[in-house]
Design a protein around this ligand. Structure first.
Ligand code: BES
Ligand code: ZN
Length: 941
């Protein structure tokens, strides 16, 4: 008996979907759709449902009111055809896409109900139902009794007349239409100008829960399946998806000449990694050991050679990870594409990675070294996911930290491999550890790991994409890999990946494989890996290790920025950690030790102790006064030793400032660590100092401390400014070294900020020359800071000039990003207010950049209160338009309030969010609580 035995002929034909058959119904749908305009904007309002719409969650035990899918149906293959329409419907003005889907699934437990995710899709009815059900094995499929869309939990619900039987396979067919909106989620559209014409493309962003916005699917990461994708698209456009295209044929429908591209079946994969793109992009490519590598971008960008850098680096990084994971790249191709409108930085869709334009395209004439490093790093990050995340996927979103933390750690290894001269691996200290320390030191932080049952709604899932998951995850994994040794770490990792290929795992599965590797390598650990790691993963925060070199005692305590904070979250380990300590005595490495309870680090009169060498441990260190004094002395007078411990110099600065904020040491002691800066030339310590001084600026730039602070800092930075001036022909060139290039920018921006006249004259002259001659001779590395300072010092003329350049440069995102930032630097309130208005007009500022621009404006001392008022006044609109995105929204709340330090400001925040939160179902409640808590700890300056 053949597979399709129970499928009726008509249904069977429909079932063989892909292509023109489906197209006919798709066209019919389109007509219906245009008559019922607006429907897909709010699925709850008017649906072809047989039940009344639900707008608020009604507490109920019905399976369709639960956010998690029941486990009784397991998808096996999908056949999905999608047709994005790149011109708006003439009657409704809406852009839409049409689709049809067949999903074959196995029933593993008898049930009379089918729940499949679906969001903002409108369905064609078949005999009054939203889908057709067939059997593909030896029992007949029951009829559908009723079907409807459950808005809140985002399901298509099918109640059946009979039972689906365990062990049997069924097939579900649907036809649907959705809006191809400009909302940066699911199947959406992106627009740009080329040759004076507007171009529209269709692209996707599925992670975490938007695959269901493009076709009905079992949209959970453990519901892996095979996908057969077909895209219908206009002649002259290219269609891309996860698999290679097998064939593109010309079709004609109702007089429309179209193309149909069929893609190779995917590997077994999760829905959040799917991607569908239709564009008129160009590409460049090469291949490495049989894997085809291509970079796609708008035609002008490819013509300008902007894809070349990414193309050159992708092959080597791919090879690096193959070796690192000891597993060949699992797919035949790796496409990477730059999208003009893109919410995150990049997305690891398997075989078709999507990027912001600035994260993939490099142009020597416009890109800074920082832009270039970002590209190498982000490519490494996404390629790392091809195995860790895509080949082996965490079972549920609660373990997202392992996925993102891991990629955020190894991105440094991949980038270092691609650009060994740059020495980027140490930058994790600034980019991740220091960044997340600021958040994880709050009483309202949260542990890396969440319980599966605590993460249910799409909003809860989105909230997990935070600095804890990314940066703490990366920091803790780096520490783990260091104490296991890189070899043992790799051994365990490889065994984990091979055990779970094409499947799913939980984080403890990785621990299990690492433990096995440690055991087989006879590595001695103070406890099981599980027990050690639990102290870092299951409790929030991190310790400060206190070393008294007089007595030799070493102890630990939970580090909190606010000494009066009351920690209400209980910890299974009572806020004690199992801490690996690498340390040195008077510049010489000692045997690492574990601070499980206590230990000894005694120093004599002429010895000093430095712990947490290279900052490999996720903790801060405090010393007795005597040792602090000796360390400061080393900074001041021992250049050679200082240079050998650059990362720790940064650490000493960062620890001192933060211990002072926590009132563990005095502010004077912290400021003392900056005294030596007049002798410092290295980037990493300077950057750490600047990050901490930034906080002083934020707190004090409106107070009487500002003047004396400026006087002091100008003295510290002048020698550095002078140093680079000499090296670079009056700063018109840039130094050779990557880190030197960064520090040159630091020198210029701090010198100008502290009012060094020579610096201000320099940037004004350069900018003026550009305005006068229309030739920009400013080096790309220096552009952001030069533009910003010139616009800050100037008025309307400078601002308008920069705005006209911004508009003109829309096709070169790298340049327009620098201008967009610099426009926020003006000191003219009316220009800032006008600019704030522009941020909510997607024709002026792309949606992807709106919140970042508001945050830039808020970082400006003049713009801060304007931005805070603006955000409050437009809250509901901003939330509805920009609230669903990835990281940007929490950044916004943080950004517009980060200067706040008084009781009055705290009350303002509290009042506003108390009024607002209950109404809008704010997904970052957690974040705001965290913020409130933080303000609580920073009373009036
Ligand atoms: N998977 C994420 C992209 C993402 C973020 C999707 C948030 C949905 C919500 C991707 O792998 C990622 O982490 N991108 C980072 C890259 C960076 C850390 C190098 C990004 O977008 O910034
Ligand atoms: Zn990632």
């Amino acid at each position: 008996m053949g597979k399709g035995f129970f499928i009726s002929k008509t249904v069977g034909i429909l079932g063989i979907i892909a292509g023109v058959g489906a197209l006919a119904t798709i066209i019919a749908l389109s007509v219906v759709y245009s008559q019922e305009k607006g429907k897909n904007n709010n699925q709850n309002e008017e649906q072809t449902t047989s039940k009344p719409p639900t707008t608020t969650p009604i507490p109920s035990n019905k399976p369709w009111d639960k956010y998690r899918l029941p486990k009784n149906l397991v998808p096996e293959t999908y056949n999905v055809t999608l047709w994005p329409r790149l011109t708006p419907d003439p009657t409704t003005g809406l852009y839409t896409f049409l689709g049809s889907s067949v999903v074959d699934f196995e029933c593993v437990e008898d049930t009379d109900l089918i729940l499949i995710h679906s969001n903002k899709l409108n369905y064609t009815e078949f005999e009054n139902q939203l889908a057709r059900l067939m059997s593909v094995s030896s029992v007949e499929a029951p009829a559908i009794k009723s079907s409807w869309l459950q808005g809140v939990t985002q399901y298509l619900v099918l109640e059946l007349d009979g039972t689906l039987k365990k062990g049997h396979k069924y097939r579900l067919y649907t036809e649907f239409i959705g809006e191809l909106a400009d909302d940066l989620g699911g199947f959406y559209r992106s627009e740009y100008m080329e040759d004076g014409e507007k171009r529209v493309m269709a692209t996707t962003q599925m992670q975490p829960t938007d695959a269901r916005k493009s076709f009905p699917c079992f949209d959970e990461p453990a519901m892996k399946a095979y996908f057969f994708i077909t895209l219908i698209h206009d002649r002259g456009t290219t269609a891309l998806s996860n698999g290679k295209d097998i064939e593109t044929t010309e079709i004609n429908h109702d007089g429309q000449d179209l193309l149909k591209t069929v893609f190779e079946r995917t590997e077994k994969m999760s829905t959040y990694l799917l991607a569908f793109i239709v564009s008129d992009y160009d590409s460049i490519g090469n291949s490495i050991d049989g894997v085809e590598i291509r970079i796609f971008a708008r035609r002008s960008a490819i013509a300008a050679g902007q894809g070349q850098y990414a193309l050159n680096k992708t092959g080597p990084i791919l090879k690096f990870f193959e070796q690192y994971y000891n597993a060949t790249y699992p797919l035949p191709k790796s496409d990477q594409i730059a999208i003009p409108d893109f919410n995150a930085g990049a997305m690891e869709n398997w075989g078709l990675i999507t990027y912001r334009e600035t994260a993939l395209l490099y142009d020597e004439a416009f890109s800074s070294n920082s832009n270039k490093e970002k590209i190498a790093t982000i490519i490494a990050h996404e390629l790392a996911h091809m195995w860790f995340g895509n080949l082996v996927t965490l079972r549920w979103w609660n373990d997202l930290w392992l996925n993102e933390g891991f990629a955020s750690y190894v991105e440094y290894l991949g980038a270092n491999n691609a650009e060994p001269e740059w020495n980027v691996t140490d930058l994790i200290v600034l980019g991740d550890i220091h960044r997340v320390f600021a958040i994880d030191a709050l009483a309202s932080s949260h542990p890396l790991s969440s319980k599966e049952e605590d993460i249910q709604t799409p909003a809860q899932i989105s909230e997990l994409f935070d600095a804890i998951s990314y940066s703490k995850g990366a920091s803790v994994l780096r520490m783990l890999s260091d104490f296991l040794t890189e070899d043992v770490f790799q051994l365990g990792l490889r065994s984990y990946l091979s055990a779970f290929s094409f499947g799913n795992a939980v984080y403890t599965d990785l621990w299990y494989h690492l433990q096995k590797a440690a055991d087989s390598s006879k590595l001695e650990l103070p406890d099981t890996l599980d027990n050690i790691m639990n102290t870092w993963v299951l409790q929030m925060g991190f310790p400060v290790v206190t070393i008294n070199t007089g007595t030799g005692s070493v102890s630990q305590q939970h580090f909190l920025l606010d000494p009066e904070a009351v920690v209400t979250t209980p910890s299974p380990f009572n806020y004690q950690w199992i801490i690996p300590i690498k340390w040195m005595m008077t510049g010489n490495m000692q045997n690492p030790l574990w601070l499980t309870s206590k230990s000894a680090m005694k120093a004599t009169q002429d010895q000093w102790v430095l712990a947490n060498v290279n900052m490999v441990g996720y903790y801060r260190v405090n010393y007795d006064d005597d040792n602090w004094a000796k360390l400061l002395d080393v900074l001041q007078s021992n250049h050679q030793v200082r240079q050998r411990m650059i990362v720790n110099v940064a650490q000493i600065l960062d620890d001192a400032f933060n211990l002072a904020r926590a009132k563990i040491i005095s502010t004077v002691q912290a400021l003392n660590t900056t005294k030596y800066l007049s002798n410092e030339r290295d980037y990493i310590p300077w950057k750490a100092a600047l990050n901490n001084l930034d906080f002083f600026y934020l707190m004090f730039d409106r107070s009487e401390v500002y003047g004396p602070m400026q006087d002091y800092l100008v003295k510290k930075v002048s020698p550095l400014f002078e140093y680079y001036k000499q090296m670079t022909d009056n700063s018109s060139k840039v130094p050779d070294g990557h880190m030197d290039q960064y520090n040159q920018v630091n020198a210029i921006s701090l010198a100008c900020r502290t009012g060094l006249e020579e610096c201000q004259n320099l940037v004004m002259t350069w900018f003026q020359e550009w305005m006068d001659t229309d030739t920009n001779r400013i080096h790309p590395n220096l552009r952001s800071t030069v533009y910003c300072n010139a616009i800050a010092a100037g008025g309307k003329k400078e601002w308008d000039f920069a705005w006209s350049q911004f508009i003109k440069n829309d096709s070169t995102a790298i340049e327009s990003d620098k201008l967009r930032y610099a426009l926020s630097c003006t000191k003219q309130p009316w220009l800032l207010n006008r600019y704030l208005e522009y941020t909510l007009d997607p024709d002026m500022i792309r949606k992807q950049d709106a919140t970042a621009t508001i945050v830039d404006i808020a970082s400006n001392v003049v713009g801060q209160s304007l931005a805070w008022d603006f955000v409050r006044a437009r809250w509901s609109y901003i939330f509805s338009q920009y609230g669903g995105g990835s990281f940007s929204f929490s950044n916004l709340v943080n950004g517009v309030t980060k200067r706040f330090s008084t009781e009055f400001e705290l009350q303002q925040v509290r009042y506003f969010f108390e009024m607002t939160l209950p109404q809008c179902g704010f997904p970052f409640v957690h974040f705001v609580i965290l913020l409130l808590n933080w303000f609580g700890s920073h009373g009036p300056p």
